[in-house]
Design a protein around this ligand. Structure first.
Ligand code: NDP
Length: 250
């Protein structure tokens, strides 16, 4: 795969939840920069295979691994398989996420447990396991949410709880991993046109008027921030929370 910049040539990346939407855009972008990419998926095997196909057609290398982010054993196995098949792990992007919720009084405890399992435990386990394999120059990038900065509407308290946990994890992790030469950063997307939050869908009716640039984000616009953080150019950036939200929380 050739592009103007091959910043990530020789690097290997694991993108959780890479079968659709933001995760798929990240996987394709990292591959376009020269990385060999593993993606995980849970419910969309055909779409995961499609992402692998697009990368391979462009001359890159990718693999898809079934791993429910809410299943710690599956996440550990996905990291192990990435290292085994790709030879190393340089970049982890914790993207897989779900958005269950509702008014606080109505949230089912099962939904709370599933949200913690996927959005928090999945991030913790993938990070812990990946950090054991990463060498100096490693990159851990979490996908958070602009909701951690501005709660624009009700019913999202559970979602924001999980993303706030990731932001706190991000900050403290830099002290553990900085001495090993591994950076840890979080990208907080604002409203981005995906299956989870389609432009024109119910959330967009509420948040649309608050977009300073007057439109939803595109998955590729989140992927470009991730690509920068993954690159050698970002070696001195760690513990950062970069908001990419079209000015929604400005
Ligand atoms: P989508 O729902 O459109 O896509 C989610 C992706 O994550 C899919 O590839 C899906 O794969 C995967 N996924 C979901 N659950 C699991 C699971 N249990 N195990 C493994 N993979 C899983 O979401 P977005 O692309 O919109 O969101 C991506 C990230 O960005 C999330 O963390 C989200 O919270 C965050 N975000 C999104 C915003 C937005 O406006 N879109 C705004 C702020 C943050 P599969 O179908 O194979 O299960």
């Amino acid at each position: 795969m050739t592009t103007e910049t091959q910043n990530l040539a020789g690097k290997t990346a694991l993108v959780t939840g890479g079968s659709r939407s933001i995760g798929a855009a990240i996987a394709k972008r990292l591959a376009a920069e020269g990385a060999t990419v593993a993606i995980t998926y849970n419910g969309s095997p055909e779409k995961a295979a499609g992402v692998v196909g697009v990368i391979e057609q462009a001359g890159g290398k990718a693999i898809a691994i079934h791993a429910d982010a809410g299943d710690p054993a599956a996440v550990r196995a996905a990291v192990a398989r990435t290292v085994e098949e790709l030879g190393s792990l340089d970049i982890l992007v914790n993207n897989a996420g779900i958005a269950l919720g509702g008014p606080i009084g109505d949230i089912a405890f099962e939904d709370y447990e599933r949200m913690i399992a996927v959005n928090v435990t999945g991030v913790f386990v993938a990070t812990q396991e990946a950090s054991r394999h990463m060498q100096s120059g490693g990159r851990i990038i979490h996908i958070g949410s602009s909701m951690t900065r501005y709660a624009a509407f009700p019913t999202a308290s559970l979602y924001t709880l999980t993303k706030g946990a990731v932001a706190g994890f991000n900050r403290s992790l830099v002290r553990d991993l900085g001495p090993k030469g591994i950076t840890v950063n979080t990208v907080h997307p604002g409203p981005t046109d995906t299956d989870m939050n389609p432009d024109g869908g119910p959330v967009s009716q509420i948040v649309g008027p608050g977009m300073a640039i007057g439109r939803y984000g595109k998955p590729e616009e989140i992927a470009s921030v991730v690509a920068y953080l993954a690159s050698p150019e970002a070696a001195f950036v760690t513990g950062a929370e970069i908001v990419a939200d079209g000015g929604f929380t400005a």
